[in-house]
Design a protein around this ligand. Structure first.
Ligand code: 13P
Ligand code: SF4
Length: 296
């Protein structure tokens, strides 16, 4: 199947973008494996006739919004992100009524409709930079409240308004003090994703996006990695001489929906195509382009 995928990819001039949480066999045939920001950057520049996004829906939508001339497909229809569903356009409108002078920063883990209401989007890799770049002192920020609190600690001079107040990712809020105690007993460093609760962030040595985890892993020989467990499979491939520990049940079910057979069918049939209303795409594009400009 891998060979057929690679052949079809060449034949169709296709580009496969995969997230760090994708099954390792999908990562192995992808052209790019990265975090949400790296995927968006590569989608923006892509000249391929077909972009296949192996990840969840918001990642495929972001690729389409940022490069609307390309055909963008996702191999399964129902790979969503439960965090993204926790922010609605009505919540943003209501927050804007309460804080009319605040900027609206929407995490890319969100629907296209919410991005269309944002002044700027952010990812976990650039959220602090994005917020620091704003003139406004108040910032409506959603949907992840743990990422919002992380940004608040890094940028104390601004007021961050988490919207909704308790937006969270079930995979990352699953990390507890027991995981910290276990990791400290094993030794080595702890790296956590900023979607983890504040107490976990405080107990960790490094807080990073999944792309940041790839980079910081070079700095020590042993790591406990507090994020989705497939991240560790990727780190083991990149750094075979190092030791990484994952949490066995830190699994994003939606990230595991794409199998090699789905990817093959997706390339062959060019499905499922991402389509969005033009008006939503145009407004969301402004917010994503502004983020990419800040990221440089
Ligand atoms: P990254 O952008 O850090 O890869 O995070 C995406 C995500 O969905 C985390 O759960
Ligand atoms: Fe969404 Fe959490 Fe899965 Fe990331 S790990 S895609 S935030 S549900």
């Amino acid at each position: 199947m891998e060979e057929e995928i690679l052949e079809l990819k060449r034949e169709k001039n296709a580009l496969i973008l995969a997230h760090n949480y994708q099954p390792i066999e999908i990562q192995a045939v992808a052209d790019v494996v990265g975090d949400s920001l790296e995927m968006a950057v590569r989608a923006e520049d892509a000249t391929a006739d077909l972009i296949v996004v192996c990840g969840v829906q918001f990642m495929a939508e972001t690729a389409k919004i940022i490069n609307p001339e390309r055909k963008v497909v996702i191999p399964v229809r129902d790979a969503g992100c439960p965090l993204a569903e926790q922010l609605t356009p009505a919540m943003i409108v209501e927050a804007k009524q309460r804080f009319p002078t605040a900027a609206v920063v929407v995490y890319v883990n969100s629907t296209a409709e919410c991005k269309a209401l944002a002044d700027i989007t952010c990812t976990s890799a650039n959220a602090v930079r994005v917020v620091r770049s704003l003139e406004e002192d108040e910032v409506i920020f959603g949907p992840d409240a743990n990422l919002a609190a992380y940004v608040q600690r890094q940028v104390p001079e601004k007021r961050i308004i988490p919207t909704p107040p308790g937006g969270h990712c079930y995979v990352h809020t699953g990390f507890t003090a027991v995981d910290v105690t276990g990791a400290r007993a094993r030794g080595g460093r702890i790296v956590c994703h900023p979607e983890c609760p504040a107490a976990i962030q405080e107990a960790s040595d490094v807080i990073a996006s999944t792309g940041g985890m790839v980079r910081c892993a070079a700095d020590a020989d042993t790591w406990s990695v507090f994020t989705e467990k497939e991240m560790v499979t990727r780190l083991r491939v990149l750094y075979p001489e190092k030791t990484f520990y994952e949490k066995a049940d830190a699994i994003c079910a939606d990230m595991k929906k794409i199998a090699l057979a789905d990817l093959l069918r997706s390339l062959r049939e060019e499905e499922y195509e991402v389509t969005l209303p033009d008006e939503i795409m145009e407004r969301a594009r402004g917010a994503i382009e502004r983020m990419l400009a800040v990221t440089g």
